[in-house]
Design a protein around this ligand. Structure first.
Ligand code: DOR
Ligand code: ZN
Length: 408
């Protein structure tokens, strides 16, 4: 595939119009005006000088498959990704059954084959009854061991210190759901056992302080932020009786000052990555019982583009936290950057489309978006996965998704 007239961002933030050639799924040339004698018209995509970004790498999603597929399944979840410009997602282990044994992981992997529109990987779950032996078997075939240090959807809380230490020790990297003082606990474990740590969805100024101290000590600790903790706060929740229920999540929404602290932490480089924590529940479930989580993959990029438009972050920063860093932290092969040798995963966005995000035509089974009152900062026009168009202007083409691989 030849993608013509792409506005791409260079490493120093400057912009250039270039053509990108993708051969056998890999980027082979990035040059001005590539002309090929024998390429068919159908293999040419004209980006028309729109921005072309690396496909988004979302390392924090809950696709609900198996076991909770009335909320989402791999096909609909990955379709929502394609629509949102996400070309790689990593699924969390709080499915039913929880992904906490080697056997269940392989079962999940087999079930998801040929079912995804975009590429995907898996996090493995730490278990309260100690599955550290299982953890040691999966390090090369999973992105991380995910440990819940606080109560959330699914019954996956691990509290016993001995068990926590054994699970940490056998992991290549631990991703934690830790809130407040639990962030400190996770950092201490990471330091003691010398295992890299990924702090999911940091949401307060205090937690950022803990991350800063850990980094100042030289620890291998990374921080993630979600779009909802950047764009929403308690005031949004208090708007109506509906929003009081819809906008419940773990960690809960915080204050305006925390939004600001998170934006600052992105710009100072303290925060490394953005993960959506896409956690779909149906509208009916949200309205009738207490459920934590909101859908997100469909609009995360369009929302973050609004932050670029409002000069909260640069396009270069967006690419760093949504593509490059998440791929690097979890050692995902060939993703996160438009460079020769990487997969031809691209997303073409029209930043002049600032239309309102609407609750209709949602592809996620959850059927709603928390961003329906916001204007997009740009529209995802086309999503390309390894040289295949998977989504373009409202239409979906083929389940080309494959499982990602990792480097050492
Ligand atoms: O709000 C949340 N929802 N937080 C989590 O930690 C889990 C997620 C879910 O799976 O529903
Ligand atoms: Zn989560």
């Amino acid at each position: 595939m030849l993608v013509k007239r792409c506005k791409i961002i260079n490493k120093n933030g400057t912009e250039e119009i270039k053509d990108i050639l993708i051969e056998n799924g890999f980027i082979s040339r990035i040059e001005k005006d590539i002309h090929l004698a024998n390429i068919s018209e159908t293999d040419i995509v004209d980006a028309e000088e729109n921005y072309v970004l690396p496909g988004i790498v979302d390392v924090h999603t809950h696709m609900r498959d198996p076991g909770l597929t009335h909320k989402e399944d791999f096909t609909t979840g990955s379709q929502a990704c394609a629509r949102g410009g996400v070309t790689t997602f990593i699924d969390m282990p709080n499915t039913v059954p929880n992904t906490t044994t080697y056997e269940l992981l392989i079962e999940k992997k087999n079930k998801m084959k040929e079912n995804a529109y975009v590429d995907y990987g898996f996090h493995f779950g730490g278990k309260k009854t100690d599955n550290s032996d299982e953890v040691s078997k999966i390090t090369q075939i999973c992105a991380s061991t995910k440990i819940f240090l606080n109560v959330s959807t699914g019954d996956m809380l691990v509290e016993d210190i001995g068990i926590l230490e054994r699970i940490f020790k056998n992991s290549k990297i631990v991703a934690v759901h830790a809130e407040g003082e639990m962030v400190e606990r996770a950092i201490n474990l990471s330091e003691k056992l010398d295992i890299p740590l990924y702090l999911c969805h940091l949401s307060t100024e205090d937690e950022l302080e803990m991350l800063k101290n850990a980094k100042n000590k030289g620890l291998k600790v990374f921080g993630e932020v979600t779009p909802h903790h950047l764009f929403l706060n308690r005031e949004n929740m208090e708007e109506t009786d509906d929003t009081r229920l819809l906008l419940r999540m773990k960690p809960e929404l915080k204050e305006k000052k925390d939004n600001n602290a998170l934006w600052n932490a992105i710009n100072s480089g303290l925060i490394n990555s953005l993960g959506t924590d896409h956690a779909p529940h149906t509208l009916e479930e949200k309205m009738t019982k207490l459920t934590f989580g909101i859908p997100s993959v469909e609009h995360s990029l369009e929302m973050m583009l609004s932050a670029v438009k409002n000069k909260k972050i640069t396009m270069l920063k967006l690419i760093e936290i949504m593509c490059k860093n998440p791929a690097e932290i979890f050692k995902i092969k060939n993703k996160g950057d438009i460079k020769i040798g990487n997969h031809g995963d691209l997303v073409i966005v029209d930043i002049n489309d600032n239309s309102p995000i609407k609750n209709d035509k949602i592809v996620s089974k959850s059927g709603w978006t928390p961003y329906s009152s916001f204007n997009r900062g740009g529209r995802v026009l086309t999503t390309i996965l390894r040289g295949n168009i998977v989504y373009s202007k409202g239409e979906f083409f083929g389940k080309y998704g494959k499982e990602i691989t990792y480097f050492d």
